[in-house]
Ligand binder design. Sequence first.
Ligand SMILES: NC(=O)c1ccc[n+]([C@@H]2O[C@H](COP(=O)([O-])OP(=O)(O)OC[C@H]3O[C@@H](n4cnc5c(N)ncnc54)[C@H](O)[C@@H]3O)[C@@H](O)[C@H]2O)c1
Length: 396
Amino acid sequence: MKDFRLGVVGLGHRGRAMFAEACKCLFGIKGVAACDINPALWYDDILRDNAVHPSMASRMPDVQFYEDYDEMLEKADLDIVMIETPATCHAEFCIKALDRGIHVFSDIPSVRDLVEARDLWEAHLRSKAKLMTGATTMGWGFCLSLQDLYRNGLLGKPYALEAEYIHDCRSLWEETPWRKPTEKFGSVPCSYSTHSLGPMLAVMEEDLSEVVCISSGSHVTEFPHANDYTCALFQTPSKVTVRMTCSFINNCKSGLHSFRVFGTEGCFEHLAHRGEKQPMRTTFSSNKLVGTDAPVELPVGFSPYTDAVKQQYKSKGTFGHGGADSYLWMRFLEALQRGDEVMPLSLRDGLRMTLPGIYAVESVIRDGAKVAIHYPWQKEEFQKDIETLSPRCTGC
Ligand SMILES: NC(=O)c1ccc[n+]([C@@H]2O[C@H](COP(=O)([O-])OP(=O)(O)OC[C@H]3O[C@@H](n4cnc5c(N)ncnc54)[C@H](O)[C@@H]3O)[C@@H](O)[C@H]2O)c1
């Protein structure tokens, strides 16, 4: 089969690494085009960790660089585009590609607001091209273990789930200004919900339908608009409850992501590290498996690569967050090659994990009031939300 012609937009920290590694490690793609509004990111050597790294242009001489995304789409004859622009602007790039019949692998969150969600959903419905949501945490080994435990009935029905994403991002503000608190975007951590909600929704049958969320406000920095810490409580129609705690300004030095799933037949827990002496731990207990009455530790970390997975997905190497990103890319390419109708992480999956975070912002704006959550596939209710919710939430 012919290689997919791959382009990337956004050559910041993540785009540079993801594009170079994908071209190096994955079978079935050929990197042909790259785009950023800052050409220095392509042509200049990069100084990082006190070492000079040769420019992307010198390392990838067969790739054509563009400063303008529309021009890249027009001229580069792409099959797939990788979207690695700031978290507040993915949808417009996705829509333009889908409208030209170009497949999309988009980083998260899927959208910034409800208007983008409606427009992207409609673009995806009218396009023959496919969109894969690049939700990294969905490729982590312990999250895949959780899905296996669930599928095999060892947890029963998950009815209460908890996810924490605690990451002091202040050191990233200078180089990625979109992470810095502003009055408009990026200052309410619950809006970055995909890392937390993705693994939880993978073991839930219903969508999240209601949220209450409160913010601590600003205590740690001088920015009055910052929200150091948010805590959201979501529910589904049958009252399955998810607690999501997010903080991107703090003095916590522990690992970033922890999860707990209470099921009718068992319990799963992944606890991020608490310093070198207390590494990350994943445990579960189950009424359905002899020997697991008390928590049993699972020998699993970030990597999704079991021997069986290595056999299934041949590659020249792995990359991204312990191999999670390369795993998701391999599953995406396999689905495209097979001609699947639905991608392993579809736009619907992406919106299921993105929109609840945006509605949580609306709850914060309303001082913790309960807000009903809708999705673009609930067309009338969603349009009504676009017309009635806060401008910040809807994007109007
Ligand atoms: N999956 C994960 O675990 C994970 C981790 C980190 C970042 N991310 C996501 O990756 C994305 C990129 O993050 P980053 O840290 O690399 O940010 P970054 O700011 O370093 O990079 C974004 C790049 O996009 C470019 N850009 C902006 N507007 C553009 C336009 N109109 N045309 C072309 N290029 C444009 C910028 O110049 C910049 O180089 C974000 O969406 C972020 O949420 C995901």
